[in-house]
Design a protein around this ligand. Sequence first.
Ligand code: SF4
Length: 308
Amino acid sequence: MSQPKRYNTFSDELKRVFGCKVQRISVDAGFTCPNRDGTLDGEGCIFCGGSGSGAYSIRPELSVAAQIEDGKEIMRRKYRAKRFIAYFQAYSNTYASVERLAALFGEALSVPGVAGIIVATRPDCLPDDVLDYLARLGGQTYLWLELGLQSIHDKSLAFINRRHDYACFLDALQRAGARKIRVCAHVILGLPGETREEMLAMAGALNRIGVDGVKLHLLHVMKGTRLAEMYGQGEVALLDRDGYAGLVCDFLELLDPAILIHRLTGDGGRDNLVAPLWSLNKFEVLNLIDAELERRDSRQGLRFSPSR
Ligand code: SF4
């Protein structure tokens, strides 16, 4: 039997809520993104690969329901999952009318065994009518909103060509919170130009602004991206594996223990990843983080202070 984690995992939360093994199934519902379709920019964030930052194994040619049915078989075999969360992961999954969102999310929730939904998006794709709809949906099913923050530092958001600032994230978070929608923030560790102190300052900020969950990504380079060009020209340096594990442990120690950890490492696909190749072995990275927390006899929130 595996040891309990020294941080507050999302998978344990799902077991508590549903009483059984629940797995996320990634879905590509054909959305795009204002940072890629020319509305804000045509190039997107410098790290954004062809599948909209994540979701590399999805078959977008299938309907939403068919993608989930496909995923159910895999999750049953691999993890003995009994129930499933539809994870709208690719691109910006609220970049459409409420009617279209309702049709797509409704299709996902009608698949037998689907117990909830996660909707990933940008903070500038959340007008009030969409948030009102998500709040209603959250009253009917288990719902999370994943919001791309990436950094609290506007210099970094400009560097990665995010095309929104931290204030935009705070505004979306406040309006989601007012509707009691659970929010998980995505944060990248290892952005060029950020000091270790600036990266760790994000833990304190997340505590203060009141997110419910956090997804940590290490900066990784995917083929065909602007970041890949910069990396090829020696303009960006990446964290090494031990350095990343240590940084994650420092981050966790500062984080409010009530915040759920949805992920602690990146998920670049083998076929498209340029670097760092060590990130392909996610279990090794997670084991290193566990071992380091154990070595320190530490845990999430060890250095958390509600007043900071
Ligand atoms: S917001 Fe997401 S989908 Fe849009 S360009 Fe950035 S990473 Fe890609």
